[in-house]
Write a new protein. Structure first.
Length: 256
């Protein structure tokens, strides 16, 4: 690599442009559109893709995807959570799929973009990944500036299985987005159910006989989870009638 002089500063003639946390944040904001529902769509799609990989290998699975939301009146964060009973991840899987930006980690036929979207969801505050596989519990916390912490793996306990809603000895993943209350809102339950049910990106998942998507309001423990099914968006046609003069024919008008 040859060096050149720029003014009075020595600079290399070639290299890589630094990509700092501010640029990451801007890209994440564009990807998510500042809309928590987009994060949930990404999380649901990644969960479904994990089931697809099991199904391709003829491994039995229940196809359940549990979505839940918590809205608080105080504190720094609200929460949205998506959990599955699919492949699960070990610490090495998290390092490959979650802690690398831009690398292709999905398989042919997958619909999600876990290699990128898994980090984008942290834009809203933080993203916590917890997973069970092969009798181990794995954990990592990603912040909005593309940093991560609390990455570890240990033997799973019965409480870990209970916390993630996974049958003892089974596998699965829970992703929790900690949403900063002052910057972003979590739609109310009815609105969230409507928007997810009408999201065209989730149509294949919600119309599949192999998937079972539910939505729970963590603030209403007296209510059972709602089963989400795809509902095509309603449209309204508006027709405007316009009078148009016809050139060369005085006094005659047409309409459009």
């Amino acid at each position: 690599m040859s060096d050149i002089r720029v003014g009075t500063v020595d600079a290399p003639g070639s290299g890589k442009i630094d990509y700092d946390p501010r640029a990451h944040m801007q890209d994440n904001a564009l990807a998510m559109g500042r809309d928590v529902v987009r994060a949930l769509v990404e999380m649901i799609t990644n969960a479904s893709d994990s089931y697809l990989r099991l199904e391709r290998r003829s491994i039995p699975c229940d196809g359940t995807i549990e979505v839940s939301a918590e809205r608080l009146r105080s504190g720094e964060y609200n929460r949205v959570i998506v959990r599955d009973h699919a492949e699960g991840m070990r610490q090495s899987d998290m390092a490959t799929r979650i802690l690398r930006a831009g690398a292709r980690t999905s398989e042919v036929g997958d619909r999600g973009v876990q290699g990128r979207g898994a980090k984008d969801i942290a834009f809203f505050g933080k993203a916590l990944y917890e997973s069970l596989r092969d009798g181990f519990y794995s954990h990592v916390l990603i912040d909005g500036g593309m940093g991560y912490s609390e990455q570890y793996e240990r033997l799973a306990t019965p409480q870990d299985y209970a916390n993630l809603g996974v049958p003892l000895g089974g596998a699965g993943t829970q992703v929790t987005v900690l949403v900063r209350r002052k910057q972003h809102s979590v739609p109310q339950h009815a609105n969230l159910a409507r928007r997810l049910s009408r999201n065209i990106q989730l149509r294949a998942i919600m119309t599949s006989e192999k998937r079972f998507v539910t939505l729970s309001d963590l603030g209403r423990t007296d209510q059972s989870a709602e089963v989400l099914t795809y509902r095509p968006p309603t449209t309204r046609a508006r027709v405007k009638v316009v009078n148009v003069a016809i050139d060369g024919v005085p006094g005659v008008h047409g309409t459009l």
